[in-house]
Design a protein around this ligand. Structure first.
Ligand code: ADP
Ligand code: ADP
Ligand code: ZN
Length: 223
């Protein structure tokens, strides 16, 4: 079983949704740098104050800030048996820093799952995305609605639209994905870690394909 996993894919591809489901299956935590950064912004910490403007514009938060927050999180004891990274790494520099961070401790990444989704579908997903303002759980107005409109199934708090899910910001984020993050596909393919998964279609079917990669015994590449 592979327990140190990276989800790669454009914003809106369903990384958070799939990562959460896989985490329940594997019993390891999801580390979503976007969630960690939003928590820093909400708590108005010095790091949050530095990150805020980048996030509002849909730009990447500078690597040193992201690395600081990631290092802190990976040092927590619940990461010892594995972890799922969602939204990290997003640049080659981050991927290299991650290798340095994990390598010496024998905790290297075991699989990178790239969710492939056509751009038209992504736009659909962004526009309907709603998140719980308290626990961060992710819903969709049409494809994954809560049981009771506007209310989180898990904690009962209100669902909101993320401040950066506006059409203009989404365009910027997609551009940045192509420029800064897509080169990671090549980076991980070279290392024999890349597995491409069709991210369009039913959530449960995608999760099934994801678990197949994670439980695979052999080391053959899925891509
Ligand atoms: P999405 O779910 O749409 O991919 P995220 O929640 O992962 O968005 O990220 C939201 C924002 O947080 C990004 O647009 C960026 O500003 C910042 N961010 C998150 N992760 C990183 C990262 N690894 N490097 C730089 N910025 C990041
Ligand atoms: P990411 O973390 O990659 O930005 P999310 O997991 O937040 O993506 O998903 C984006 C939106 O699309 C959310 O509203 C989510 O509920 C919805 N969604 C995720 N996967 C699917 C799917 N396979 N089919 C339809 N909607 C989906
Ligand atoms: Zn909630």
């Amino acid at each position: 079983m592979r327990r140190r996993i990276v989800f790669l894919g454009p914003p809106g591809a369903g990384k958070g949704t799939q990562a959460q489901m896989l985490a329940e299956f594997l019993g390891v935590p999801v580390i979503a740098t976007g969630d960690l950064l939003r928590a820093e912004v909400a708590a108005d910490t010095p790091l949050g104050r530095q990150a805020r403007e980048f996030m509002e514009q849909g730009a990447l938060v500078p690597d040193p800030l992201v690395m600081e927050i990631l290092k802190r999180r990976l040092a927590q004891p619940d990461c010892e048996q594995g972890f799922i990274l969602d939204g990290f790494p997003r640049t080659l520099a981050q991927a290299q820093a991650l290798e340095e961070l994990l390598g010496p401790q024998g905790r290297a990444i075991e699989a990178v799952l790239e969710l492939e989704v056509p751009e038209a579908v992504l736009v659909e997903r962004f526009s309907g995305r709603r998140v719980c303002r308290h626990c961060g759980h992710v819903y969709h107005l049409h494809t994954h609605p809560p049981r009771c409109a506007g209310t989180c199934d898990r904690c009962g708090d209100a669902l909101i639209q993320r401040a950066d899910d506006t059409p203009a910001t989404v365009r910027t984020r997609l551009q940045i994905y192509h420029q800064a993050t897509e080169p990671l596909i090549h980076f991980y393919r070279e290392r024999g870690l890349l597995h491409r998964i069709d991210g369009s279609g039913d959530i449960d079917r995608i999760q099934h394909a994801t678990r197949e990669v994670v439980v695979a015994q052999d080391d053959t590449q899925g891509a």
